[in-house]
Design a protein around this ligand. Structure first.
Ligand SMILES: [Cu+2]
Length: 187
């Protein structure tokens, strides 16, 4: 099933967040490989295990490597996801910030919401691919950043990692803000 709306499963989303223990459920990326690069495509998967939702991907990626984000979950059950780059100090990291992000009241989430041109009445996502800064994954919200909306099972998006080596890219899901991860860009 393909969803074009960010909040098509808002109720299910809340159940997931609360059912898994609120802030205790904050998921960080479970690495499936330590380092990706050398001409291979690095992969970060959006996954579900029971009520837990999380990203899984490598801890490190070589600059210039193609990074593919894949939705391995069923949006009909748990809603869609986004892969949204975010500055470390802007990550929603308290129960209140996560709630506020879910309600699109936290500034950084408002900015990402607007960047995706989400209709505030219908939650229709009019711009699934947000690409700013250098072409590729490099720019993190705050005010603006790189982001991708994954509206269907199996949906995927590939961009080069264009951030400078030495930088750690933090990412989260705008629909389930407790889904968070990071990847370090290396030479
Ligand atoms: Cu999500």
């Amino acid at each position: 099933m393909k969803l074009t709306k960010l909040r098509a499963a808002a109720v299910a989303t809340a159940v997931v967040a609360v059912g898994a223990g609120g802030v205790a459920s904050i998921s960080t990326a479970a690495p499936n490989a330590d380092r990706a690069g050398g001409g291979d495509t690095a992969k970060i998967k959006m996954e579900a295990q029971g009520k837990d939702l999380f990203f899984s991907g490598p801890k490190k990626v070589e600059k210039g490597t193609k990074l593919k984000i894949v939705n391995k979950t069923n949006p009909g059950k748990i809603g869609p996801h986004t892969f949204t780059l975010i500055k470390k100090n802007r990550l929603p990291d308290t129960k209140k910030e996560i709630k506020d992000c879910e309600k699109i009241k936290l500034a950084v989430c408002v900015n990402a919401f607007k960047a995706h041109e989400v209709d505030p009445m219908t939650f229709e996502v009019n711009r699934p691919k947000v690409e700013v800064g250098r072409k590729g994954w490099d720019k993190s919200f705050g005010r603006t950043g790189d982001s991708w909306f994954a509206g269907s099972a199996g949906a995927h998006n590939t961009r080069k990692v264009s951030a400078n080596d030495g930088k750690t890219l933090y990412y989260f899901c705008l629909v389930h803000p407790f889904m968070q991860g990071k990847i370090k860009v290396v030479k």
